[in-house]
Write a protein that binds this ligand. Structure first.
Ligand SMILES: [Zn+2]
Ligand SMILES: [Zn+2]
Length: 416
């Protein structure tokens, strides 16, 4: 049952029930130990593979964007005549986005995204990185595809009802990033999470409905799957030119639109491939809207005051204490009180700290990741949400959720 909360740290040796183990040892002497050491026993402790050193923390920059946006090429968006590609991209630029993924439903065009969304004469931009992708819309739920270049989406659409093993091989052959969408609810992602690189842990401005999505994410992380958490507004509507002519559908953009939430990626260069790579590597955080502050989360391994890891990074634990730093960068609400919630190896709150003012809003804590088992830490920030005037009702739906980080990992096996 995936909703069960787990209080124990995950282990490389697998989930061996202590009670059963002791019983077996009592009745069979050393047999239980012998079985544990057998070479074909999948529970035998394995050494983790070599972990590559983390990429530079300074050579790069942050870009913001929205990874789940529909236009008129999705038939359930057509009641809003204003939701054209031109307006969608123009609006994204106007709020400072650096990238966007137009993810129209592929089933509305029988998989032929290449001759619809991508063939739209307005699907182009000089200043905005446009990812190639679609919302893979299947009987077993929805996933978003992200790629830097056009790929054969039709092929992925055609295998949507096949076994996961086959779908996974097609995905691998296409070389795309697949992401599980809105993991809870009617169209939840109903495939194996082993096929995906990321998971939509924050869908739309309505924050409370994401709480269970976060629990699924923690289950995947706890079990050794290094999956990136990302956001997506899933907006289907556009602004009308004349607000007096707004239909009830158009009015929904005041509650949820491009940027609710906003996903930030740390890129080495301004290219689509750099955005996809950052998404895959987890150098990603999510903020409630494009004007809100960005969450920074980093770790100092040797206590020299210089940060060695950022979110998404993975290293071998040395068994020594690690200093973690959480910071809010950008537009905070003046005088606002912000709190950081730290999660360690599960969805259960591990620690809560106030952010204090001093060279920006920040908090620090120290902990010793296990030198034997996997450990991950991630944070969420609560406080006043920075106003987003164009989508003025969205702040009410976001509650006090300001942003979230991806985890910092210790002892995660790169060959998992
Ligand atoms: Zn969907
Ligand atoms: Zn969607």
């Amino acid at each position: 049952m995936f909703l069960t909360k787990k209080g124990t740290a995950p282990s490389f040796t697998g989930m061996v029930c202590a009670g059963v183990f002791v019983g077996a040892a009592f009745f069979t002497g050393n047999d239980a130990f012998a079985q544990r050491d057998r070479k074909d026993n999948p529970y035998t402790k394995k050494e983790i593979g070599t972990i590559a050193p983390p990429a530079s923390l300074s050579q790069g920059f942050w870009l913001k964007g929205d990874l789940h946006v529909h236009t008129v090429h999705s038939t359930d968006s057509r009641d809003s005549v204003t939701n054209t590609m031109k307006k969608t991209l123009g609006y994204a630029r106007s709020v400072g986005m650096g990238f966007i993924a137009i993810t129209d439903h592929d089933n509305h065009v029988r998989g032929d995204i290449a001759h619809n969304t991508w063939a739209d004469p307005d699907f182009k931009s000089d200043s905005l990185i446009l990812l190639y992708g679609a919302e893979w819309t299947t009987t077993r739920g929805h996933g978003n595809v992200f790629a830097a270049k056009p790929y054969n989406h039709q092929k992925l659409y055609d295998v949507r009802d096949q076994r996961d093993v086959l779908i996974g091989s097609v995905k691998k052959e296409l070389g795309v990033h697949l992401s599980a969408n809105h993991p809870i609810g009617k169209d939840h992602f109903g495939f194996s999470y082993d096929m995906v690189n990321s998971i939509e842990v924050w869908n739309s401005a309505v924050w409370p409905k994401n709480v269970e999505a976060i629990m699924i994410w923690d289950d995947m992380l706890s079990s050794g799957r290094k999956l990136t958490g990302r956001g997506g507004s899933d907006t289907h509507r556009g602004f009308s030119d004349n607000p007096a002519e707004d239909t009830p559908e158009n009015k929904r953009v005041r509650y949820n639109y491009i940027g609710t939430p906003t996903t930030w990626v740390f890129v080495k260069e301004r290219t689509g491939q750099a955005v996809v790579d950052a998404l895959t590597n987890g150098r990603v955080s999510v903020s409630s809207n494009p004007y809100g502050p960005r969450v920074e989360f980093s770790a100092d391994l040797d206590n020299d005051g210089k940060m060695d890891l950022m979110m998404g990074d993975n290293t071998k634990s040395t068994g020594k204490p690690v200093k973690f730093r959480v910071q809010l960068a950008g537009n905070t609400v003046p005088g606002g009180k912000y709190k950081v919630n730290v999660f360690k190896n599960s969805s259960n709150l591990w620690k809560s700290l106030d952010l204090t003012d001093g060279n920006g809003l920040f908090a620090e804590f120290t902990d010793m990741p296990s030198d034997e088992n996997r450990t991950y830490y991630r944070v969420t920030i609560e406080g006043p949400v920075t106003p987003y005037p164009q989508v003025s009702e969205s702040m009410k739906l976001s509650g006090n959720m300001v942003g979230l980080s991806n985890p910092i990992f210790f002892n995660f096996d790169p060959n998992f």
